[in-house]
Ligand binder design. Structure first.
Ligand code: DC
Length: 206
């Protein structure tokens, strides 16, 4: 089974997807980390398309590029910005989507990103579009990064705009995705809603 969790930055996707995977005993796939890894290699001079095609990445508690631990490096504001840029490149998207589909083919997954329910896995048994108010999303990111709210708001607006207006696989909810708004919910509240959807999907599969 695939649980697809899409939505904008700061909606809580990573926290929710990781916790949900743990509760369900599914494997967590952070597709944003793949775009971030390509962005890191691009800032070091690699061609983004080639870096994506040859990406040797291991995703888990630590993110490894070959032997190199890039867990912290891919979370910097500069790489967030660079990732938003490389993710507009259709060749990068094609290469990473191919890798993501190959992973999701077998087993049980909670996959998180922007295009999981629309492009990567349109047949996902559960699709969630996780959102929160812009203020909430910016506050969460600012807390996470230890930076000031105003600059996070400005960066986030720009990234949201680019992610939702790009030509290839823009950030939109799949028509059959269930919208979940995390503004007024804590982690358990969000997990409960999604777990209900998983229970329903299992009923359908039986
Ligand atoms: O989820 P994140 O912040 O780690 O994502 C980093 C960037 O990668 C973000 O600008 C959107 C892009 N991305 C994407 O285009 N498609 C995905 N499936 C995941 C991330």
């Amino acid at each position: 089974m695939v649980v697809a969790i899409d939505g904008p930055a700061g909606a809580g996707k990573s926290t929710v997807a990781r916790a949900l995977a743990e509760r369900l005993g599914f494997t967590y796939l952070d597709t944003g980390a793949m775009y971030r890894a390509v962005a890191l290699l691009a800032t070091e001079g690699a061609s983004p398309a080639e870096a994506a095609g040859e990406l040797d990445i291991a995703l888990g508690d630590r993110v490894l590029l070959g032997e190199r631990d890039v867990t912290a490096a891919i979370r910097s504001p500069a790489i967030s910005e660079a990732a938003s840029r490389v993710s507009t490149d259709p060749e990068v998207r094609e290469a990473l989507v191919r890798k993501q589909r190959a992973l999701l083919e077998a087993g049980d997954w909670v996959a998180e990103g922007r295009d999981i329910g629309t492009v990567v896995c349109p047949d996902a048994e559960v699709k969630v579009f996780l959102t929160a108010s812009p203020e909430t999303r910016a506050r969460r990111r600012a807390d996470e990064l230890g930076t000031d709210l105003a600059s996070v708001m400005a960066d986030m607006e720009l990234r949201d705009l680019r992610d939702s207006q790009r030509f290839h696989a823009p950030l939109i909810a799949a028509p059959d995705a269930v919208p979940v708004d995390s503004t007024a919910l804590d982690l358990d509240g969000v997990l409960e809603q999604i777990e209900l959807l998983v229970v329903e999907a299992r009923e359908v599969l039986r």
